[in-house]
Structure formats: C-alpha cells, structure tokens
Design a protein around this ligand. Structure first.
Ligand SMILES: Nc1ncnc2c1ncn2[C@@H]1O[C@H](COP(=O)(O)OP(=O)(O)OP(=O)(O)O)[C@@H](O)[C@H]1O
Ligand SMILES: [Mg+2]
Length: 272
C-alpha cells in the first residue's frame, strides 16, 4: 500500500529530516511509528499525504507514484486518507459537528447521511454532547478527538494519525487505540505516531522506529504474523548440548540467545 524507495527529505533551511528511507507498509497493517522528538516522524507522514515533497527518492501509495503526481490530483489522494494532524487543524468558526461533517460534505454526501454518520462517529469518540461547541470551547484532548472523528468519518482506506493520543489521559488513549484497532480489523490500514511506549507494548502491532531521520528498528510484520521471540534462561542455557555451548563460548549474552535460538530452530538442539 505504501512504499518508500530511497527517500530523503531536506527542508529548504538545510535541515535533513529523513535520509534514504526504504520501507513497505502493506494494506491492512497497523503500524506504530516511534522515535525521539525531531527524528522525522511527522515528516514521514507528511510525505505520504503529499504535504511535503521528498528531496530524492520515490513514494508509492496504492501503486501510484505520488512523487510525480500532478498537484490537481492531490485532493483525490487525500480523500482516500483520514488524517489526524499533530496540531489538529480544526476550523475555529465551525462547530464540532460541522468540522466533522465538512469532510463528508466536500464529497457530496446527502444531509441525512451526514447527520447520521457524524453523530455516530462523535459517539464513538465520546463527544456527542459537544456537537454544538466550537473548538475553542473544548479541552486539548477533546479537540484531538474531533480531529480523529473527522479522519474516520469518510471510512478511508488509510488512516494516518500523528500523536492522536498526545493530549489524552491513559485510559482514553487506550480506548482510542482500541477503536483504531477495531477499524483496522475491518481492513483499514493504520499508521500511528506515538510516544507512548505502554500503548505500543500493549497492542503488539508492527513498530517502526525513526531516529535522526533513519529507520533504526522495524519489528517487520504485525504481531499475529510473527512468532513471539523466546527468551532463554540461564538454566536452559546451561543445559544446551556441549557442542553448541562451545560454539557460542565467546559471544555476548544477547548473541547467545540468538545463537541458541538459531541452533534450536535448525534442529541442532533436539535434546532440549
Ligand atoms: N517545515 C520545516 N522546515 C524546516 N525544518 C523542519 C520543518 N519541519 C520539520 N523540520 C525539522 O525536521 C526535523 C524532523 O521534524 P519532524 O517534525 O518530522 O519530527 P518529529 O519526529 O515529528 O518530532 P516530534 O516528535 O517533536 O513531533 C526536525 O529537526 C525539525 O526541526
Ligand atoms: Mg511530529
């Protein structure tokens, strides 16, 4: 669904935000993007939605090379995406209802359908009773949830959320990710930037770590598709066959785990 080929991004002021990124995100995946502040996470998302252009390399979304996409086609690209911006980007003079409805109205949805769907989505994010408020009358966390509601309302095939839980308490954060998880189960691809390690650990989705503009870790595939790594205890290590012990005699503790696992996987340690 999303493919980065040797993508680098240097901003006009000379800041190098991303260096030679290569990554594939398949349709239906749920990916967390983690990494220190300033590491390039938002830039990564902005390239996918074509809010920024790469300085070099190519980006594909649904097999379409968006690097060379004509400007007038960008709105159509964005309509396939539900985007939660780090800075919300709500329209101040519109009510909560209209902020969410707006996304449906621009694609020509009928008023009745708009009303039903918007109220349903506002209910999902716990904001039905704030429908007539303006963004300025809401807390940061409530504004963030309006932004999420707007991203969900058109049932997009891709949801991109930049810290959708940054202003929300832990319990609500869990519920929001749980909601995205449910949406993901129905086939929607989801990419979420987050700083919350607890959430990342709880949900066991694919995790891509960006640091200094480079991908420094990628758990690869979503949890269901991967075997859970087995940790080998000291006692179990002591019981490894002699020839394997000898083989791993002068490697570090972490490497021992890996080597031992490899040996076990290759059937060399059947006696264990
Ligand atoms: N429009 C811009 N012009 C110049 N430099 C920028 C611009 N936007 C971001 N940067 C710089 O690019 C780097 C990556 O920024 P980015 O916003 O992608 O980081 P981030 O990982 O999202 O950080 P955070 O966790 O704080 O949101 C930073 O050094 C930032 O200062
Ligand atoms: Mg950011």
């Amino acid at each position: 669904m999303i493919q980065f080929k040797n993508v680098s991004k240097t901003y006009p002021n000379g800041t190098k935000a991303l260096s030679d990124i290569n990554i594939n995100i398949d349709k239906g995946e749920f990916v967390f993007i983690v990494g220190a502040s300033g590491s390039g996470k938002s830039t990564f998302l902005k390239l996918i939605m074509k809010e920024e252009q790469p300085s070099s390399g190519e980006i594909f979304v649904n097999d379409v090379n968006i690097t060379s996409m004509k400007r007038r086609k960008v709105p159509y690209l964005r309509r396939t995406m539900g985007i939660v911006f780090q800075d919300f980007r709500l329209i101040d003079k519109m009510t909560v209802f209209d902020n969410v409805a707006f996304a449906m109205r621009v694609i020509g949805a009928r008023p009745k359908a708009v009303k039903r769907r918007v109220l349903y989505i506002l209910g999902l994010v716990g904001l039905k009773d704030k429908a007539n408020c303006r963004p300025a009358e809401l807390s940061g966390g409530e504004q963030q949830r309006v932004s999420l509601a707007r991203a969900l309302v058109n049932n997009p095939s891709l949801i991109i959320a930049d810290e959708p839980t940054g202003n929300i308490d832990p319990e609500m954060s869990f519920e929001i990710i749980e909601l995205l998880n449910e949406i993901n189960k129905q086939g929607t691809t989801i990419i979420v930037v987050t700083h919350e390690h607890e959430l990342v650990q709880k949900f066991k989705n694919r995790v891509i770590e960006i640091n200094n503009g480079m991908i420094t870790a990628d758990s690869g595939v979503t949890a269901e598709k991967t075997a859970v790594p087995i940790k080998i205890s000291q006692e179990e290590l002591a019981e490894l066959p002699e020839e394997i012990k000898e083989e791993i005699a002068d490697v570090s503790a972490e490497e021992i785990n890996e080597e031992a696992l490899k040996a076990i996987n290759e059937g060399e340690a059947d006696d264990l």
